[in-house]
Structures are given as C-alpha cells and as structure tokens.
Design a protein around this ligand. Structure first.
Ligand SMILES: Cc1cc2nc3c(=O)[nH]c(=O)nc-3n(C[C@H](O)[C@H](O)[C@H](O)COP(=O)(O)OP(=O)(O)OC[C@H]3O[C@@H](n4cnc5c(N)ncnc54)[C@H](O)[C@@H]3O)c2cc1C
Length: 468
C-alpha cells in the first residue's frame, strides 16, 4: 500500500466537483479530483447515434445564476453556446384530452384555457389572501392557501414534477421556492411582489445548451485540469479523520490504496456521501442517508421524419397527476436546439417515474416503451414508431427538499465544521440545477481559499503524480 498526499481531495467529478476543481485551480490551490466512473460529468451524459443526440440527464440550462455563462465562456465554449429557439416560450400542460398552452404569469393564466374561470379568478384573488405567519409549509399547502386548488393541481404540481420529479405535498416551499415565501413575507402577496420586483429588475434568464450537447461542459472543464489532478475509475470507499486532515481509502483498477488530504470535499450524491463517511462520523452519515431521493427514467425518441403529431412547436409539455397517465412530461429537444436530429427529423425526451410512479424504473424496455407510446398517442397524437430509442434509468438521482430539509442541511454543516476540514457540496444542498451546482462550487472555492490563508504553518503536502 503506497501513501500519497494532497492538499484538497475532491470526491466526485460531476459538475459540482469538477467546477470546484476548476475554481480551486484558478486560485492555485493544489487539488486532486477522484471519480469512480471512467468519464467526468456525473448525471450530464450526451450521446449521438446516427445523427440523434440524446441527453440522458439534464438537457438545457438557465442562464442564472450568471456564473454558468461566465464559466462556459472562460473555458472556451463561447462559440458552442446555443440559445433556445424563441418557440421555447410555448409551454403546454395536458388537461382533459388536450395540450393547453400556458405562460405562468397573471396575463398568461388569464389567456390560457388551462384553468376554469373559477380557478382563474381564485388564483388572481391571491393579493386578497392574508399573509400567514406560520412556519415552514409544503408547496401544496402554500399554493392551495394563496392561489387555490386548481392552480396547484394543473400548473404547480406538474411544474414541480418537471423539475424535482417530486410531490408538492411533501416538498418544502422554503427550501424549493424560497423567493415565493419571501414575496409573501415582504409584500403580503406573491403576485404584487413579483410585479414590483419585475419593474425594478426585469428578469433576463434564458435557456441554453451547447451545439454538441451538454456534456461538452464537463469535458471542457476536464481539459483545464492537469492529468495528475484527476483520477478516473477511482472509488473513495471511506474517509477517516487523522491529526492533520483525512485518510482516504480508495479502490481503483490496480487495487486499493490510501491517500492523505488536508481538506476533503465530498461532491457526490447524498447516499454516496453517507457511505463514504460511515466510519468517519456516524451522525453525519445517518443524516446524509436520511435525505430522500427519487428515481427517474428518461427516454429519448428519435424520428427520421418529423412525426405528423400535434404540437412540437415549443419547449414541451407536462402532465398533471390528476390526468392519470404514467408519462410525467416531454421536452421537444429538436425544436429547442439545432443538431439534435438528422435533417427533417425530430427528437423528444420523455420523463417517467419520480415520486409519482417509483415502480416504473423496474419495468423492462418493451413494457416501458409500450406504456410511453400509449401516453404519447393520448397526449400529442404521436403514433409513429421511433427510429431511435435511448432509455436511461436513474436510481435515486433527484434529491427531494422535503419539510425540514433546510434544518438538516444546517445540521450537516455544523457537524462537518466540528469534524473540521470536511466540506459537502452537491445537488442535495440548496439548489439542484447545474447552474446552482456551479455557483455553489464557486462560493465553496472562495471559502476554502480563505480558510487556507488562515492556516499559518503548513505541512509540505504536494499533488501526487498518478494513482498507484
Ligand atoms: C434526468 C435528469 C434531468 C435533469 N435535467 C436538468 C436540466 O435540464 N437542467 C439542469 O440544470 N439540471 C437538471 N438536472 C439536475 C442536474 O443534472 C444535477 O443536479 C447535477 O448534474 C448534479 O451534479 P453533481 O455533480 O452534484 O452530482 P452528480 O452528477 O451525481 O455527480 C456525482 C459524481 O460523484 C461520483 N461518485 C459517487 N460516489 C463516488 C465515490 N465513492 N468515489 C468517487 N466518485 C464517486 C459519481 O460517479 C458522479 O460522477 C437533471 C437531473 C436528472 C437526473
């Protein structure tokens, strides 16, 4: 067993760990990034087969927090950035056998035929509802209280499913949509507060990807790291606290070895972090293991000729739980971005599973496709057989910020501080989107740099050359 040393060990080369490595390197902090897979990117996985581009995980990004665009430019992806087709503004919700166009704004809600007149009037009466002084609330309770049940069932529930694949009855408003809680607290009304805020600072968040798909983002960050700063096919099995930092027990192609690090950042999912810390701090590991996650299946379908189906002229659509289908929603990728399908062709990515339908992840491909094609025929009259199919089953992939989440994350940080020189980042902390993961890494890099300045006497730790 060979003993090697590094200053900062980062575990996990998804976008959280990779972007942290990049920001640390910019600050000239010696680091080593350890990844169990043979490629970087974690959930970000793009594949192109016979001209059909499929994104197994995320497929588009919001331009906020702004650091995501700056990072893309800085690492040389400026030319590759592809902003979404303006048609992306067209979004649909399936209700009563039709796709109904919707813009989630007061005039949009009024114009749309998604809600009944009763539902619209109830939603628009929101400024008349007294503000609540109760503590944490579920998204469902908040929306029902302020906007009424119909807006919850046909707009908010499917939107929450579209992002978190989760249940608004369980998810915490304060953890998932803190800006809504803040608007109620500050202005007494979400609608009035949102209008005032928009007048002060108009929102300019746009949707984008890259011409060759999202994986070029992690791939480009990887190119910024030196070979010896990234060890692929290296699983960190556990970490153990030592007098000056941590011992990392790692497994790689050629066997097992040990690494010493002054600081450790765990940038994996919460369940993986729980396994890694089980012999380091039992309470920490138990807390991490208690953070709920849901599984999700994504299916990309490709058509050599644009199907004669209804729609495809927008971002995509969502299916409310009340409609009783198994499909959660679909994104019309080839409408959004160029180079997603051969000329004259089309692709769409469908989502199934989540908290609504956990059993679907265990179905075989044939059964899954049968269910999916039935639901696509019902929702968008799509009957053509696809020429290309890519199925990806994600197990325990999306964290659920349920009631009590923020409190647990506070506890996690307090416990980590007690252990000392141990940090956590990842999509289970306070924002699941890729831009949020990048923003959190930038802020953590600043914290690590500051902490480093405070250390007066340093041991002569250096970056190791290669895995054993
Ligand atoms: C289907 C789906 C669609 C999504 N769509 C969008 C979208 O359109 N836009 C958006 O912004 N976000 C989207 N998201 C969310 C976003 O993709 C994720 O939140 C984000 O990519 C998480 O990145 P991460 O680095 O925190 O975690 P991960 O990507 O999970 O990376 C963690 C890494 O740690 C590694 N690892 C685990 N254990 C160990 C170990 N013991 N030793 C070493 N390495 C280890 C893993 O192999 C992995 O590479 C989507 C997510 C999913 C699942």
């Amino acid at each position: 067993m060979t003993l090697r040393k590094t200053e900062v060990a980062i575990i996990g080369a998804g976008i959280s760990g990779l972007s942290l490595a990049y920001f640390l390197k910019q600050r000239r902090i010696p680091l080593l990034l350890l990844e169990k897979a043979d490629e970087v990117g974690g959930l970000i996985q793009t594949k192109t087969t016979a001209g059909f581009l499929s994104e197994a995980g995320p497929s588009s990004l919001l331009s906020r927090p702004e650091i995501i665009l700056k990072l893309s430019e800085d690492i040389g992806l400026g030319e590759q950035i592809a902003y979404a087709n303006p048609l992306a503004r067209n979004r649909f919700v399936y209700r009563d056998r039709a796709l109904r166009a919707i813009t989630p704004s007061p005039p949009g809600i009024l114009k749309s035929n998604l809600l009944s007149w009763r539902g619209k009037l109830r939603a628009l009466a929101e400024p008349l509802v007294k503000k609540s002084h109760a503590g944490e609330e579920s998204i469902a309770d908040f929306v029902r209280r302020r906007f009424g049940g119909e807006l919850l069932d046909y707009l908010v529930e499917p939107m929450v499913t579209g992002i978190y694949a989760g249940d608004p009855e369980q998810l915490s408003l304060q953890a998932v949509l803190p800006q809504l809680a803040q608007l109620e607290a500050e202005c007494g009304s979400v609608l009035v507060g949102a209008i005032q805020r928009r007048q002060r600072q108009p929102r300019v968040s746009t949707i984008f990807s890259f011409a060759s798909g999202l994986h070029c983002l992690p791939a480009a960050i990887r190119r910024c790291l030196a070979k010896e700063e990234l060890w692929l096919q290296t699983t960190v099995e556990q970490i153990l606290p030592k007098q000056h930092g941590f011992e990392l027990r790692i497994r790689h192609r050629r066997g097992q070895s040990t690494l010493l690090a002054e600081q450790v950042v765990i940038a994996t999912s919460a369940p993986a972090a729980a396994t890694i810390t089980r012999n380091c701090h039992t309470q920490l590991a138990t807390l991490l293991a208690s953070l709920p996650m849901v599984s999700l299946t994504s299916v990309t379908l490709g058509f050599a000729n644009k199907p004669a189906a209804q729609a495809l002229n927008g971002f995509g659509f969502l299916v409310p739980k009340r409609e009783g289908l198994r499909l959660l929603g679909a994104i019309w990728n080839s409408t959004l971005f160029p180079q997603r399908a051969p000329d004259d062709g089309a692709t769409l990515t469908c989502m199934l599973g989540g908290s609504r339908d956990p059993q679907i992840n265990s179905l075989d491909d044939e059964t899954l496709l049968h269910i999916l094609r039935q639901d696509l025929e019902t929702t968008m009259a799509l009957t053509e057989k696809p020429d290309f199919v890519a199925i990806h089953r994600w197990q325990q992939a999306i964290p659920q910020y349920v009631l009590g989440h923020a409190e647990k994350i506070k506890q996690l940080q307090t416990l980590a501080q007690k252990v000392g020189a141990l940090h956590f980042t990842g999509n289970y902390i306070d924002g699941i989107s890729v831009p949020h993961c990048v923003a959190r890494s930038e802020s953590l890099a600043k914290t690590l740099a500051l902490a480093r300045r405070d250390v007066c006497t340093r041991s002569s730790f250096s970056v190791p050359a290669q895995p054993v």
